[in-house]
Design a binder for this molecule. Structure first.
Ligand code: HSE
Length: 434
């Protein structure tokens, strides 16, 4: 019987899940791939720490060079993470004639073009379903079944950690810090959880979705990003009062003048399916011109859900399905159709703002004047006066939502508000999606 030998690089949370599936479900995988897939080597710099999987002897090694150079290994699975060592590893694997599977969104968002060019040069493939939304087969859907469509939008919850934190905060029982720790313990968070909460992880995933769904070649650092660090429990209260829930949304939206890409905490109308996505779950709502809206939901992080996507890629690579799609799509290729990107100042939509203002005569007049001057129309306004206003000179909390407006005008209005002597601190901003 034919067989394929695979090596795993990185034996952490996802690596352990991949080893479990490849070893414990070997028959299932062999049936799907039409041949046995042998996990012959696992490389990690730490070969002493105990993992939750029993390995055959001699599989675990810290001798990475011998594995990269082994001509009997046809597939390399990169689960090391990061963009320096991992990039070098993927390039070396391709040069050595191995097909690559990776879950590394940062690597693809940063070096997609170079890696894919190298893969094409050596006639090899890179599969990366696990890089976006873990177990949800969204990349597969975008690159195969939805290819008949011109996509209009992708709205997605792509970071399980921040969704978990927001859900825990909203349900009232858990502090922000405890929710972060819990997410780390459950294996959802990045090695540096700052990348989950500041929106970096979501932007990197959005960059990949934009390449697959819209042909947009974007530097992830150029994508407009707001994290969830400034979200407070009172925001959930006000959002609820207005008929919304708060989610960290990654958005790609096409209009006649280009593609809008951004990540930000967003007030999502309660009857929108995305509003009901809780905990570490991810979801993607795609609208195509032919298919209309399609909704994907599932676990976007964690050991086995992510490993499910990695092993699915292994099977597709062995079967040759990856090569067919890979060659047809020409991802990050020079001649790939490209959409123009809209500048942030030209984004158009509604916003939610929260800030502290002096509770004195004329202040609200000044505030509404600033919005009016920049062409922003206020849709709702809530003011909560402090209990001991006169004695303490405490500022009032103001929450307002805007009607649809150009983001350039909104940012100018915010800058002017923050310069006003009657406003304390900075303005917290979220988007609103009806
Ligand atoms: N830290 C990521 C998340 C893991 O929380 O979604 C999957 O990319």
């Amino acid at each position: 019987m034919k067989m394929t030998n695979a090596a795993l690089f990185g034996f952490g949370t996802i690596g352990t899940g991949v080893a479990k599936i490849l070893l414990n479900n070997a028959d299932r995988v062999a049936n799907a791939a039409g041949q046995s897939v042998n996990l012959v080597k696992i490389c990690d710099k730490d070969i002493a720490v105990k993992r939750d999987v029993v390995l055959p002897p001699d599989v675990l090694t810290d001798g990475i060079d011998a594995v990269i150079n082994d001509p009997n290994i046809q597939i390399g699975i990169e689960l090391i993470g990061g963009t320096t060592f991992a990039k070098d590893l993927v390039l070396r694997l391709l040069e050595k004639g191995k097909n690559v599977i990776t879950a590394n969104k940062a690597l693809l968002a940063q070096h997609g073009r170079e890696l894919f060019e190298t893969a094409r040069k050596y006639g090899k493939t890179i599969a990366f379903e696990a890089a976006v939304c873990g177990g949800i087969p969204i990349l597969n859907a975008l690159s195969t079944a939805l290819q008949a469509n011109t996509l209009q939008s992708v709205n997605a919850i792509v970071n399980g950690t921040s969704n978990y934190i927001l859900s825990q905060m909203e349900s009232g029982g858990t502090s922000y810090q405890d929710a972060v720790k819990q997410a780390q313990k459950l294996g959802y968070a990045e090695a540096n959880p700052a990348m989950d909460v500041d929106g970096t992880d979501a932007v990197q995933k959005l960059t990949i979705l934009a390449q697959l769904g819209f042909g947009a070649a974007v530097n992830w650092q150029d994508v407009s990003r707001i994290g969830i660090e400034a979200v407070e429990s009172l925001d959930f209260h006000y959002a609820n009062e207005l008929g919304y829930r708060i989610k960290l949304l990654a958005v790609a939206e096409r209009s006649d003048d280009g593609l809008e890409l951004h990540v930000s905490p967003t007030l999502v109308k309660t009857d929108n399916l995305l509003a009901a996505v809780n905990g570490a779950f991810n979801a993607v709502r795609v609208i195509g011109d032919a298919v209309g809206p399609v909704f994907f939901h599932g676990l976007g992080a964690g050991s086995l859900p992510t490993a499910s996507a990695v092993v699915g890629d292994v099977i597709d690579t062995v079967l040759g399905r990856t090569a067919i799609t890979f060659n047809a799509l020409n991802l990050w290729g020079e001649n790939r159709r490209d959409v123009p990107l809209k500048k942030q100042s030209e984004f158009f939509g509604r916003s939610y703002l929260r800030f502290h203002a002096e509770d004195q005569p004329g202040v609200l007049h000044e505030i509404s004047g600033i919005f009016g001057k920049h062409g922003i129309s206020i849709a709702t306004l809530i003011q909560h006066a402090p209990a001991q206003r006169a004695a303490e000179h405490l500022p009032a909390v103001l929450i307002l939502t805007t009607h649809e407006a150009r983001e350039g005008g909104l940012l100018e209005a915010i800058a002017e508000l923050e310069r006003s002597p009657h406003i304390t601190g900075s303005v917290v901003r979220m988007r609103v999606q009806d």
